[in-house]
Design a protein around this ligand. Sequence first.
Ligand code: HEM
Length: 250
Amino acid sequence: MLFSNFSIDFFIFGVMPYIALTVLVVGSIARYERDPFTWKSSSSQLLRRKQLVWGSILFHVGIIIVFGGHLIGLFTPIWVLDTLGIPYAMKQWLAVILGGVAGIAALIGATMLIHRRVTDPRIWRHTSVADIGILVMIWVQLFVGLGTIFLTLQHMDGAEMVRFMTWSQSVVTLELNAWAEVIDVHWMYKFHIFLGLLITMLFPFTRLVHMVSGFAAPFRYLLRPGYQLVRSRRQKPLPKRGTSKVTPAE
Ligand code: HEM
């Protein structure tokens, strides 16, 4: 066999996270610098609104909770759980219930968005391969993620979850041998993580980039340079061009 299970595991858990993070950061910066005007959601709202509203709300609310849950769930240091006295089993239940409900909402929303895109000829004409490709990948990822819940329910002591947390955190702390922590998990978890890392890599090249703007916009607004000059109605008319300097508003 050309690739043993060992080398596939090493690639998915030991190498791919670093490739994914590098492509995510470098790709996003390059796209923002080179094509800032393509950094958008490319909304098709004007073409057909009704089905978009429900599909979009369910998808966005669901996916934001799933993403937030993954970040908090995987990257909270284990000593924090121990210090706060949170049992691992309790955290596991929380992940299953909250992630399960949010995942189902996102899956229903994604199904509606895909249906709308492929059945309306006008929207389909404005759909790129990247648009539909990433939506289908997210749909599959949600489906597989929800599928892992059935495996998780067979070991609700939280021990498996702690192994995933140890591995995720070791990627950030550069403990390069930690990939061996998760090699004997069920293939469905492995496939889920592989697809998750692939989506992370494709992120900068799809419309998903608008997510960053959603999080960054409020901060950019607060930190915007200078302030606005608003003229009152009672203000003296502006002097003719080239005659004198403009006096600032009172
Ligand atoms: C590299 C990225 C990802 C990693 C490492 C990852 C890891 C995991 C793990 C370990 C579980 C099982 C949790 C448990 O049972 O304790 C899980 C569940 C799940 N994942 Fe992911 N995932 C990733 C990306 C994604 C993405 C992009 C989506 C959605 C598009 C997603 C959707 C779900 C859902 C719906 C579940 C089941 C509910 C839950 O436990 O939250 N995952 N994921």
